[in-house]
Write a protein that binds this ligand. Structure first.
Ligand SMILES: [Zn+2]
Length: 267
């Protein structure tokens, strides 16, 4: 109860201090899938660390499974030490997980959006400054090519380093970015984890596989046994793909509520 009252009074930077309100003793547990599930005793990502800065903290979408926090901290260190670079970390998930606006998944603390945009010279922005950061598209205005004025070698590196982290199950990028990677790195083993999806032109979405300490976490769809560069990629540039996108993102059609595990309705 005290935690709820303090949360409701939360108006200052202190609210975003790492793990200030989280119960660090109870084990984190995941129930269900990335797109229909919940998380108990999620941990809060520290607002910044070596090689990363979390943005838009007021949204309180910075709750994660410890394995995702470890992944973000690891990738941040790799970016700082190998690339002299810093990442902006966007939405992860809500305190108890579940559905949240703007995302089809991000429900069990194992998904994170990472911006392609980076702070100039790795400058640490204040929490208030980070509230105003928004992703910037890496595509040309007609959305058919990578914008080479914005895309730099560091973007190739951040995707490669992220994909090579072993807990990473897959990474979503825009089909145009996937096509570029297929051209540049056709034989790279990490290429198989990078998959096309609509949007994802200003950020990439990293998904971790279910951790071993969460037996009720479910991987809904296995990664196809190919590198995603063949005919599967061609489909994303077809009329059929356009039609699917229109149907999928048609806001006039009510969405079917997803069935959650029963554990998700128990506080
Ligand atoms: Zn995402």
């Amino acid at each position: 109860m005290i935690r709820i009252i303090l949360h409701s009074l939360c108006l200052s930077f202190l609210c975003y201090h790492p793990n200030l309100w989280a119960d660090n003793t109870a084990p984190t547990q995941i129930y269900g899938t990335h797109a229909a599930g919940c998380i108990k005793n999620a941990r809060i990502l520290p607002p910044e660390g070596e090689g990363y800065q979390a943005i838009r903290l007021s949204r309180q979408r910075n709750y994660a499974h410890p394995s995702l926090i470890y992944f973000i901290q690891t990738l941040g260190k790799q970016m700082a030490r190998q690339q002299n670079s810093t990442l902006f970390i966007g939405d992860i998930g809500q305190e108890g997980g579940g559905a949240m606006s703007g995302h089809g998944s991000h429900q069990i603390g194992l998904d994170v959006d990472i911006l392609f945009l980076q702070p100039a010279n790795s400058h640490l922005l204040s929490v208030a400054e980070r509230e105003k950061i928004n992703p910037i598209s890496m595509l040309t205005n007609n959305q058919t090519e990578i914008d080479t004025k914005r895309w730099r070698p560091v973007h190739d590196s951040m995707l490669q380093l992220a994909a090579e982290n072993s807990p990473v199950e897959r990474i979503f990028v825009n089909p145009v970015i996937k096509k570029y990677l297929c051209t540049q790195y056709p034989q790279a083993a990490w290429q198989a984890k990078i998959r096309p999806w609509w949007g994802h032109d200003g950020h990439f979405h990293v998904r971790l596989r279910c951790p071993s300490d969460s037996p009720h976490c479910v991987m809904a769809t296995p990664l196809p046994a190919n590198n995603g560069c063949g005919t599967e990629l061609d489909w994303w540039f077809s009329a059929d793909a356009n039609k699917s996108a229109q149907q999928k993102y048609d806001k006039s059609k009510p969405k079917k509520p997803r069935v959650l595990p029963t554990e998700c309705s128990v506080q």
